[in-house]
Design a protein around this ligand. Sequence first.
Ligand SMILES: [Zn+2]
Ligand SMILES: [Zn+2]
Length: 359
Amino acid sequence: MKGKMKAQVFYEKEVMKLEEVDIPEVHANEVLIRVRACGVCGSDISYYYAHTPLDTPNGRGPLILGHEFCGDVVEVGQMAKDMQLFKPGDRVIANPVQNCFACPQCLKHEYNLCTHTRTKGVGYDGAYAEYAVVNYTHLYHMPKDMTYEEGAICEPVACATYGVSKLEIKVGDVVAVIGPGNIGLSMIQLIKAKGAGKIIALGVLDYGLEKAMEMGADAVLNTLDRNSKYYTDDPVRTVSEITGGSMADKVIVPTAAIPALEQALDISGLHSRITYFGMPRPEDVLKVNLSKLITMDKTINVSWLAPNSWDEAIKAISEKKIDASKLITHRFGLDDVEKAIRFMGDNSQPEKVKSIIVM
Ligand SMILES: [Zn+2]
Ligand SMILES: [Zn+2]
């Protein structure tokens, strides 16, 4: 489709401009989507403030950010057309992490480790725009009853789903979640749906902890704010009291703060399993007491991206096991992407979970 579209083009640290640009050309393996909703991710904030380089050749813009999106198909490239996979008007969700499906890792279904991955909104133009192209291999049909806003949270929920799968939750497990932000709150709902016996949320802001209770946490602990009614000066002792001394069976850490990673080691019990999810900085190092780890037969694993997790995530949202209305707290228009990113990055305003750009 030839023509112009409105797009938010990110140039460099704190410079993003609303511009008229060409609607992207649709190659044989691509599908053009009219974007309807796009989530603001923590990584968008990092790119905007240049805390993290983009995945472009020089690490900088110009680039259209935005990778958590869904919309309507408007044009279908020849390959998907031949296979009758998509047609104009279809409502679709995009998986922005577009692996190649052909390298040794992809052939083993380890899609998160593909070295040819092209990620929309990180290395290639994304969806803070009226239109975006996506490989036909990375599109999901939206369930009939799913709203566009729900479609836009599928990507972060898919990541949360992969993380929770790594915990191997058994019915009745005591599960601790450290960091009740957008991802942590999604995890709490997924963990609840898996039949956990007790969920304990640990955090530093009462707003997130109270949301965690709404999502199904049985106990919440504020480990920082002495004025909080959920404050504990000794989380290890408090978790021991809550669990009758057995501590947590499973702990997941959707933050990269080192004290939270250490806390997971301290509050987990015998034969427990810890999953690290948050993305640390390259220089971050975690010290582990190996003797304790081994003699308590603990397992530490990690979660990276969302391989083989999309079906489960889409189902969890469409079956309302994940309540999008509780996660999405703010909405902005395409003209206000910069405002949305600044708002989400502003720590002086803690009362928010997820912002969505609605077109
Ligand atoms: Zn994201
Ligand atoms: Zn690959």
